[in-house]
Ligand binder design. Structure first.
Ligand SMILES: Cc1cc2nc3c(=O)[nH]c(=O)nc-3n(C[C@H](O)[C@H](O)[C@H](O)COP(=O)(O)OP(=O)(O)OC[C@H]3O[C@@H](n4cnc5c(N)ncnc54)[C@H](O)[C@@H]3O)c2cc1C
Length: 452
């Protein structure tokens, strides 16, 4: 079969690669003038107007690594060769390793490098043609292919929508959906470790993260001794939008533990300005529309705090390649594909909507009980479980498998013994707020805002 793929981001490239390796032909059409390069040096200088979040921090979850290793192990090798780092969370288990623990691994690499490696592999794949600098403007009658801005038409048996969250040509068909606001703005900054400094180690499961009761923070590692710090602020808190200013952001980081240590000049230097990102929503389009196969964010996208996007893009690519081996008509293929990927996307979308709503409520000052499963379950199953995980092997496994997309949510949600353990551990943990009250934080950043 011949696949015409609209959009050459992570999902479009992964689909091209996957279906070509399953024996099909693929044409990937990308509006930005990006070309495959041998070295990742230029990955950050590429003008990606089609992806506003191109430079934002991305976590590559264990599921994404697992799928990429099965779909394109050469791409994983390339990423490791150019400085991506694996973090084996099973190393934190106190007991013996068990089957499945080999999947508890995060792959730390910045998003432009991931896309660079996918494009390089797709370009080298005999069944893939990459067209760059061409806008898809619509669909051929009967969805027999794609129409491009230069009047060209790409005929195909299967047409794939990999256009991302919101940038579609006029009248582009997509399943109707009710967007649900994530309720947070992300203020991110990347750093490079100073000579002799190492990534901070401590009692946390993955990397330092925390909740100040009115906003939160998270940190991600990157490739080549880089890391990102993300300050998450409720969209409704207009005063905290001052964090878009580099100096104000640094003052806030100095007031929060352990960001004060991570952002100190002895430890690291900033390599980007503050990158704000708002207007984020959870959207489920898994119903699909006839004659078009949605993948990646075009199928479903969720709050970046959960970091599902890249992994799901790879899951969709693999599912489409698998379906293409079993179904010979485009209609059957699309139906089988949506039946395969839909349920998992819908359950994660539902969980993201609930967790975002709970977080917004908590940050607005409404008391929420995260200590018990019968309190605020979405935050119990996320933040409380993460805090408890380093203290119990079962909690660690189940929590990493849940947040890392390795298990369906019911495995965690239906396990009352697990919930008992988390409640017991949480009750015994000493908890200190890692940052000042909101008023004090605003005072700390205020002097930076009046500097010339
Ligand atoms: C702030 C932020 C942080 C995130 N953090 C994470 C994370 O930690 N981990 C994670 O896994 N995911 C994360 N995500 C989600 C992840 O970025 C997305 O899920 C991923 O980009 C989806 O890839 P995609 O290929 O579906 O869409 P996109 O990356 O949006 O790609 C769509 C492509 O289509 C092209 N295009 C658009 N219109 C046209 C046209 N008319 N013609 C031709 N081409 C066109 C665009 O140029 C682009 O290349 C984050 C997202 C955001 C916003």
């Amino acid at each position: 079969m011949r696949f015409a793929i609209a959009g050459g981001g992570a999902a479009g490239l992964a689909v091209g690669l996957a279906v070509a390796r399953a024996g099909h032909q693929a044409v990937v059409v990308e509006r930005d003038p990006v070309t495959a390069q041998d070295s990742p040096e230029g990955a950050f200088d590429v003008a990606r107007r089609g992806i506003p979040h191109f430079q934002q921090p991305h976590t590559f979850l264990p599921r994404g690594r697992q799928v990429l290793r099965s779909l394109a192990p050469d791409v994983v090798d390339t990423l490791l060769d150019v400085g991506a780092e694996e973090q084996d969370i099973a190393a934190k288990l106190s007991g013996e390793r068990q089957p499945g623990d080999e999947d508890l691994v995060y792959l730390w690499v910045r998003r432009p490098v991931i896309e660079w490696a996918l494009r390089r592999a797709a370009a080298a794949e005999p069944g893939v043609e990459l067209l760059a600098g061409r806008h898809v403007t619509g669909l051929m009658p009967g969805h027999g292919g794609l129409l491009l801005d230069n009047e060209e038409a790409i005929a195909a048996d299967v047409v794939v929508d990999a256009l991302g969250r919101y940038r579609c040509p006029p009248n582009w068909p997509r399943a109707k959906a009710e967007p649900s606001e994530c309720g947070a703005i992300y203020y991110c900054r990347y750093f490079a470790l100073a000579d002799g400094a190492e990534h901070l180690t401590g009692p946390w499961l993955l990397n330092p993260r925390g909740d100040l009761g009115y906003m939160g923070f998270n940190t991600f590692r990157g490739d080549n001794r880089t890391f990102a710090v993300i300050l998450l602020v409720p969209s409704a808190d207009h005063e905290l939008r001052a964090l878009k200013d580099n100096q104000a952001w640094m003052a806030a980081a100095r007031a929060i533990t352990p960001l004060n240590q991570m952002t100190s000049p002895d430890h690291a230097r900033p390599i980007t300005d503050v990158m704000p990102m708002g207007g984020l929503a959870n959207i489920d389009r898994t119903k699909g529309v006839p004659g078009l196969v949605p993948v990646g964010d075009a199928l479903c996208h969720t709050d970046p705090a959960f970091a599902y996007g890249l992994s799901f893009a790879l899951v969709h690519a693999q599912a489409l390649a698998n379906a293409s081996a079993r179904h010979t008509t485009p209609e059957d293929l699309t139906e089988a594909y949506l039946a395969d990927v839909g349920p998992e996307a819908r359950e994660r979308h539902a969980a993201a909507v609930k967790t975002d709503a709970a977080r917004t409520e908590a940050w607005s000052g409404t008391p929420v009980d995260v200590s018990r499963r019968d309190g605020c379950y979405p935050l119990f199953a996320f933040g409380t479980a993460l805090a408890a995980a380093p203290h119990d092997d079962l909690v660690l496994r189940r929590t990493v498998r849940r947040i890392g997309l390795l298990d369906r949510t019911e495995v965690f949600d239906d396990d009352s013994d697990l919930h008992d353990r988390i409640e017991r551990i949480w009750a015994g943990l000493s908890r200190t707020r890692s940052g000042p009250p909101r008023g004090d934080l605003l005072e700390a950043i205020a002097p930076e805002l009046v500097r010339p």
